[in-house]
Design a protein. Structure first.
Length: 367
């Protein structure tokens, strides 16, 4: 039988990541640095760990807490829990209430381990429910970096290899961005968002905190034109022997010369030199965002389905309220994105067409 505990922040600072890496399904979204990044954005990181009878950590959950009036709290867990899901039962529910001193809690997590029916059945039996409205897509693509470089290139689709050659012929300078500029990143994202009619993907503040708190784990590559102007950037977070795509933006000029292909290939080569085993290329939506899907799929990456989003609440009405609020938020964001897209690319009649899916909004195009 496992016992859940809340680790003090000072303890977590020194031991959390080491314990995390010992669990097979560790993820960069559950690292200590991620918690500190979200703390800077106004969340309260909570480091819960489940210990077995021998005192060994068998499961972990970095929960991000927001407190509201009347003793109500929202807990969001990105990428986890990790480890033995069989212990994510009433014991976890109770420790969340006791250690936060909250009367009413709505908890939602997005588990990034591969989906298996056994895990879904287990979570259901423990009081968790599949979320009615999801914040993110549950589908992704995983690239096997353990292969030889020649094998990886051969595994890319023919059109992807052709665009990689075009990028190489475009007189671009592709290199690691050791000291990235927030101003340049913001400009690149603004260009991409304007081109595609997307809502703001990240605020300037988020970029600043991301570079501050995840600097040691981030590898960023960029492409610049002959005038030294940034036309494409991609950033992967590296934890253990795995990489995860976290940043991507390409300007209109960069799209015309296929700059993303050169940047991604440089990142792949970098990660192979570090002997990494895989990279999660991030969420995909083959229907709502075909361009991003084709770009990622063209690398030869294999599709995978996450266990996805689940939630629990200390009161049934809180679970209903939480899902309703998220559904309203997603619909508003989708409508805003469709409005921006129509202003940039279509006549007025397009305002009355069906808006794009939320997955397309949350996964910007990089092809």
């Amino acid at each position: 039988m496992a016992t859940w505990q809340l680790q003090a922040n000072e303890t977590a600072r020194h031991t959390w990541d080491q314990a995390l890496l010992r669990l097979d399904d560790y993820t960069p979204f559950q690292t200590y640095a991620r918690g500190e990044y979200h703390r800077a954005l106004g969340w309260e990181p909570c480091h819960w760990a489940a210990l077995n009878e021998d005192g060994e950590i068998v499961a972990m959950m970095l929960g991000l807490l927001r407190r509201y009036p009347l003793g109500i709290g929202l807990i969001w867990c990105e990428g986890g829990p990790v480890g033995d899901l069989s212990v994510c039962d009433e014991g976890l529910h109770q420790v969340m209430k006791l250690t936060t001193c909250l009367k009413r809690i709505y908890c939602r997590f997005r588990c990034d381990r591969q989906r298996h029916v056994e895990d879904a059945l287990r979570l259901t039996s423990q009081g968790w429910c599949r979320s009615w409205f999801n914040l993110n897509t549950s589908y992704s693509l995983s690239l096997d970096l353990a292969k030889e470089e020649s094998q990886l290139l051969a595994g890319c689709e023919r059109n992807w290899r052709r665009n990689l050659r075009r990028a190489a012929e475009a007189n671009l300078t592709v290199q690691q961005w050791v000291d990235p500029s927030v101003d340049e990143i913001v400009l690149a994202y603004d260009s991409m968002q304007s081109l595609k009619g997307l809502e703001e993907q990240h605020s300037r503040e988020e970029f600043e905190y991301l570079l501050t708190h995840l600097k040691k784990q981030l590898i960023i590559y960029r492409a610049t034109n002959e005038q030294g102007q940034l036309v494409s950037l991609h950033g992967w977070q590296i934890v253990g022997d795995r990489a995860t795509a976290v940043l991507s933006a390409t300007t209109e000029e960069g799209r015309q010369v296929h700059a993303s292909y050169g940047v991604i290939w440089a990142l792949i080569q970098h990660c192979q030199r570090l002997h990494l085993k895989s990279c999660d290329l991030g969420g995909i939506d083959p229907i709502g965002n075909r361009g991003v899907y084709r770009f990622k799929k063209g690398t030869g990456a294999a599709p995978k389905e996450y266990l996805g989003e689940w939630d629990w609440a200390s009161r049934p009405w809180l679970q209903w309220l939480g899902n309703w609020a998220i559904s309203r938020r997603q619909r508003l964001r989708t409508a805003e994105s469709a409005l921006k897209s129509s202003v940039h690319t279509a006549p007025l009649k397009s305002l009355f067409e069906e808006p794009r899916s939320s997955a397309e909004i949350s996964q910007p195009g990089i092809a």
